[in-house]
Structures are given as C-alpha cells and as structure tokens.
Design a protein around this ligand. Sequence first.
Ligand SMILES: Nc1ncnc2c1ncn2[C@@H]1O[C@H](COP(=O)(O)OP(=O)(O)OP(=O)(O)O)[C@@H](O)[C@H]1O
Ligand SMILES: [Mg+2]
Length: 360
Amino acid sequence: MSDNPIAATAREALKSVNVPGGGNLADYPGLSDIIVTPSALALAISVEAGMEGAFGPVRAAATEAVEKVAEGRKVLVSLTADSAPAGAGQPGAAPQQPAPNTPQPVKGIRHIIAVASGKGGVGKSTCSVNLALALKNKGLKVGILDADLYGPSIPKLLGIEGKPAFRDEKLFLPFEAFGLKAMSIGPMVEADQAVVWRGPMASSALRQLLRETEWGELDVLIIDLPPGTGDIQISLGQSVAATGAVIVSTPQDLALIDARRAVNMFKRMKVPVLGLIENMSYFVAPDTGERYDIFGHGGAQDEAGKQDIPFLGEVPLHMAIREQSDRGKPVTQADPEGAEAQAFAKVASALIEAVPDLKV
Ligand SMILES: Nc1ncnc2c1ncn2[C@@H]1O[C@H](COP(=O)(O)OP(=O)(O)OP(=O)(O)O)[C@@H](O)[C@H]1O
Ligand SMILES: [Mg+2]
C-alpha cells in the first residue's frame, strides 16, 4: 500500500510528529499501513497497554499532519492498545481489572441498541434493517450503523450507493434511506482491503465511525454487529453506553447454543439483553400460505424463558424477505401491511415495551 502516492506523502508528513520516548511516528514500529481509498485515509497507531493517554496528542498531531495531504479525504487515525481487555473471550475468567474505558453515550442519540448473534447467517442484518424501519414506522427517529467491517451488508439491503459526504472534512454525513440515517464502512473500503481491518484497528475505526457521524437527534440507533463474540462486540460494549442488545437466533439447537454464548457475553459486559428474536421461525408456503414448522419452531422462545430475558417475537422464513433484501428495498418498506412486515412490526412493539422511554 505504500506504493500509493498519497500514502507515501502521508507517511512523509508523519515524520514531523514526535512520539513519547523519542523518534518520529513515521519510524514508529506501531504504525500500521496507511490505507487510502477514494474518500478516506486510515491508519492505526498501536501502543502498549497503558500508553493510550500519552499517545493522545500524537493521534491529534498525526490527524492534523495527514489532513493537509489527504486531498479532502476523511482521515481516520485509530489508537489501539496492544493487550486484550480483562476477561475477553474467556467465559470462566473473572474480571480482575476495570474496563479500560467507561462506556460513553453518543451525543444526540437517546438509545443505542446492538443487534447480535452468536452464529453467522441467522439474519441479523435482515432483522436490523427491518426492525429499524418498523421503529421508524411507529414514529421514531431511527439510524442504523453497520458494524460489520468485514462483510458490510447494510448498503446492499438499503440500496445505498456512492460514497458518504463530509462536513468540514471532519464529520461523515450519514446516508438517508427510506427515512433512516445509515452509515457503513462498506462504501469506503475496497473489497480487497477488508482484510486490513483486523482486531483492535477494526474496533477503533468503528468507534470513530459511530462518533464522527453527524447523526443529528435520534431516538434510537440500531447497530448491526458482525456474528460472534469477538473484538468488535467487546470493544463496543466497553466504550459505548448502549441501552442494550437484541439477540437473533434461528430455532435450531445449534444456533441456540451460540445465542446463549452471545447472551452471556453481553451479561458479562453489563450490557442489558433486551430480548431474543426467533428468525426463520417457520416456513410459509408461498402458494398455499400454509405454515410449516420445519426447524422445530419455538426454540428461541423456550431459550428466552430459560435465560429470563424477553422474547421479542418470531419472523417467518419467507422468500419475500430474502428477495426484497436483494432488491435493496426491505419487506417492511416494500409491503408494510404484509404478514412479513407485520412480524417485524410486532418485534418493534415488543422492543418498545422492553425499553419504556423509547415510546414517542
Ligand atoms: N426470515 C427470513 N426469510 C428468508 N430469508 C431470510 C430471512 N432472514 C434472513 N434471510 C436471508 O438469509 C441470508 C442471511 O441473512 P443476513 O445477512 O441478514 O444474516 P446475518 O446474520 O446478518 O449474516 P452475517 O452473520 O453474515 O452477518 C440472507 O440471504 C437473507 O436474505
Ligand atoms: Mg450481517
């Protein structure tokens, strides 16, 4: 990537930034590759645990130096500490130290709700988008953030094209789609660059995306998480004051085991679990309208009962849900009165019940 002329100029500019302990940032071993895309320039500075504070001014100086040569691109400078937070990913580990950051709210956003799952492909993104639209249909101001840096799907689901705009080269202006404010790193990252958004750098880029977007006033921001219980989930849980998390699962036993893991992760992080959604709950034959419980419907509801968390509702497996997603016009928007959209509307109502002051 250093063969990119702007990356090379940016690296040159970083020679003017001094680092604690002597030397300059361009020569500092913790400096990442410099990634240049048509609309963004990103780099990460990885420091030893505990050195984040000392490197704060370095980050500011690096941002300033690089902005001068970024030719209008949005500059993302991430500061990441090397070591994993206490207890991360180890179910049995007792938390020995306080989390490195206190969770902070995001200005203008009343409620941040993460949509998560233990297992991939269970329909988080589909549920995120339709839930966001269903909440909007109930009169709420809603935004959606795509936190899946490795496989962003919100742009496709909402038919978003093009690059995001900026205000004063500092703040992203979110996309607008069907009355939602939407932000994703997808439009800024070329497919072959996804691999560079690893571990702490990805978490840090995401935090910036969340905080440096001009969301305006929102009643709720839905965050569509990547699958699993990895760095992004942990870092978000520790740095963002979320109202809670919604877990999506299919009714099969195996998916439920993973859902349990996700529930436990959020409980450990003291992020309230607002409830469980059973997706692909039953199959409705498109020709006859007959219902088939092909996956042993009801597993997620039972699991919610066992875990003592609310059950938010069930969403059928239906071709219309997939087809409308593929067309970039989710079923809740395309046919709000239809049975599939109504399933999401019920989930939205249950969520509003689970978060009392979410009501308008
Ligand atoms: N209720 C449903 N009925 C029919 N198809 C569905 C339903 N829910 C999701 N799908 C389809 O299943 C596939 C996976 O869904 P989606 O991308 O929402 O899952 P995900 O959990 O976000 O996946 P990942 O873990 O990769 O982020 C998509 O093709 C989507 O259209
Ligand atoms: Mg997804």
